[in-house]
Design a protein around this ligand. Structure first.
Ligand code: GLC
Length: 434
C-alpha cells in the first residue's frame, strides 16, 4: 500500500487537494505586484493615497465562493493583512484598516460567512512582516532599506512592541470569526539572502512557539503552515512543483504547493504571463500524484472582483474538474511507476492514469497485467479494452512487439478525448495492490 499522509486532526485538507488563495489589499490598486511598496521603496506616506481611495464597491465574497466551488475547490485562504500592513478586518489595534477607508466596513466577516454558506473551509493568510508598523525594524526587504540612516531609524523601533501587536491581531482573528480551519503565516527569513545586509527575522522575532500555542488553543481544529520558523502541520513549496513527495526528518509530510496564475499574487494589470488552463490542470495532477495539494491564487481587483483572466482560468479548471474530480479528490500517490508522459493517482482500488500526451492506439502499463478488472475513460465512462501482449511476440510490419512480462496494454481510440487532460480510470482487482 502506498502511504497517504494526512493531518490527523484535519483529514479534510489532504482529501480536498485543491484550494483557492486570494491576495487582496491596497496593492490591488497599484495593480503592479503585492510587493510594490518594497520594490518601489515607497514610504508609509507615499502609500497613503491607496488607503484614502480604497473603495471595493463590487466586492461580493459570495461570488468568490461560487467561483471557487465551480472550479472544484474546497477551501479558500484570504490575506487578512499582507506585508504592506493594511488590515481587511475591523481590528482594534490599528487605524490602518478597511473600516477607515471608503470601504467603510470589516471585509473579513462577510468573507467567512460566504464561505461557510457555500460549505467551503475557511482559511486566513496573515503576514508576519509589516512595512507599515512603526516598530517593525527595517531589514533587507523593507521599503526603507536604502535610507541613509537605517541604523538610526531602527534605534527608535522596538520589535517587542510589534510582537505584541502581531499576537494581539492573531488573537482577534482567531476569536472573532467563528471556526477558522486553516492559517497561513508568511514568512520567516532569519538566514539566507534576505538577511545579508541587516538581520532577518524568524522565530524569536515572532515568538513563534507562543503564537502557535495561542492559535491552537483558540482554534483546536485549525491547521497551520510551516513559515513561522518552527514546524507546522504542512509544508508550503511556493511557485515550483516538487520533484516528489516532500520530506522532513526522513518522513513524508503533508504539503501544499501555492501557485500564481502569472507570477504575482496581487492583481497585476499589465502582466500577461498567465498560465494556461492546460498547464494549471497538469500542475494539479502532478501534485496529487506526488501526494500534495494545490493552492491556486487569484488577485482580485481594487473594486473587489476576480478579473476576467483569472475567472477564465478558474472556469477552465472547473470544466475539467466537473468530469474528473474522482481522480483528484481523496486521491494520492502510488508506488506504481507510470509510463512516459503520464501521472498516476490512486484512491482505494481505483487507479487513475492521466495522459499528458496522447499516444497512438496503445499505452503499456508495466506491472499491471492481470491486476485490473475494468478500465474506462473518465470523461464519458466509455470502456477501454485491455490485453496482455505475449512477451515472446516480435514486432512485424503491422504488428506491435510483445512487452515485458506483466505489462498490461490498453487500447486507445485514435481521437484524443476533447478534454484538457484525458484520464483512464482503472479498477484494481485487489485493493492492497500497488
Ligand atoms: C511570499 C511573498 C508573497 C506571497 C506569498 C505566498 O513569500 O512574500 O507576496 O504572499 O509568499 O506564498
Amino acid at each position: 500500500m502506498p502511504s497517504q499522509v494526512h493531518i490527523d486532526h484535519a483529514p479534510w485538507f489532504t482529501e480536498s487537494r485543491l484550494g483557492m488563495f486570494v491576495h487582496w489589499g491596497l496593492y490591488a490598486m497599484a495593480a503592479r505586484h503585492e510587493w510594490v511598496m518594497s520594490f518601489e521603496r515607497q514610504s508609509v506616506g507615499d502609500y497613503e493615497a491607496y488607503f484614502k481611495h480604497f473603495d471595493p464597491d463590487l466586492y461580493d465574497p459570495r461570488e468568490w465562493a461560487g467561483q471557487a466551488k465551480a472550479a472544484g475547490m474546497e477551501y479558500v485562504v484570504l490575506t487578512t493583512k499582507h506585508h504592506e500592513g493594511f488590515c481587511l478586518w475591523d481590528t482594534k489595534l490599528t487605524d490602518y484598516k478597511a473600516p477607515n477607508t471608503p470601504a467603510g466596513r470589516d471585509l473579513i466577516a462577510p468573507y467567512v460567512e460566504a464561505l461557510r454558506e457555500a460549505g467551503l473551509n475557511v482559511g486566513f493568510y496573515h503576514s508576519l512582516i509589516d512595512w507599515h508598523h512603526p516598530d517593525f525594524t527595517i531589514d533587507d526587504i523593507h521599503p526603507l532599506r536604502d535610507a541613509p540612516n537605517v541604523e538610526e531609524l531602527n534605534a527608535g523601533r522596538d520589535m517587542a512592541v510589534y510582537r505584541d501587536y502581531l499576537h494581539g491581531q492573531v488573537r482577534e482573528l482567531m476569536s472573532n470569526y467563528g471556526q477558522i480551519d486553516y492559517l497561513f503565516f508568511d514568512f520567516s527569513y532569519a538566514t539566507g539572502p534576505m538577511a545579508a545586509r541587516y538581520p532577518g527575522k524568524g522565530r524569536d522575532d515572532w515568538d513563534s512557539g507562543k503564537l502557535l500555542e495561542m492559535v491552537r488553543e483558540l482554534q483546536p481544529g485549525i491547521i497551520v503552515n510551516d513559515r513561522l520558523d518552527v514546524p507546522g502541520d504542512f509544508v508550503t513549496p511556493e511557485q515550483y512543483q516538487p520533484s516528489g513527495a516532500m520530506m522532513s526528518g526522513g518522513r513524508e509530510v503533508p504539503w501544499e504547493a501555492c501557485q500564481t496564475l502569472n507570477g504575482s499574487w496581487g492583481y497585476d494589470r499589465d502582466n500577461l504571463d498567465c498560465k494556461s488552463v492546460d498547464l494549471l490542470v497538469r500542475m494539479l495532477i502532478d501534485g496529487v500524484a506526488k501526494g500534495g495539494n494545490l493552492l491556486l491564487n487569484v488577485g482580485p481587483t481594487a473594486r473587489g472582483e476576480i478579473d476576467p483572466r483569472a475567472a477564465g482560468a478558474l472556469a477552465g479548471m472547473g470544466e475539467w474538474m466537473r468530469a474528473h474530480d474522482r481522480s483528484i479528490r481523496g486521491a494520492g500517490s502510488t508506488s506504481l511507476l507510470p509510463p512516459a508522459d503520464c501521472r498516476y493517482t490512486r484512491r482505494g482500488n481505483r487507479l487513475y492514469l492521466h495522459l499528458f500526451a496522447w499516444p497512438l492506439k496503445v499505452v503499456h502499463l508495466p506491472g499491471l497485467a492481470g491486476k485490473v478488472g475494468y478500465a474506462q475513460l473518465l470523461n464519458d465512462g466509455s470502456e477501454i479494452t485491455m490485453e496482455a501482449l505475449d512477451p515472446s511476440q516480435a514486432a512485424q510490419n503491422t504488428q506491435p512487439g510483445g512487452q515485458p512480462a506483466g505489462t498490461l496494454t490498453l487500447k486507445l481510440p485514435v481521437q484524443r478525448p476533447n478534454v484538457v487532460v484525458p484520464v483512464i480510470e482503472l479498477f484494481l482487482n485487489d485493493e492492497s495492490e500497488s
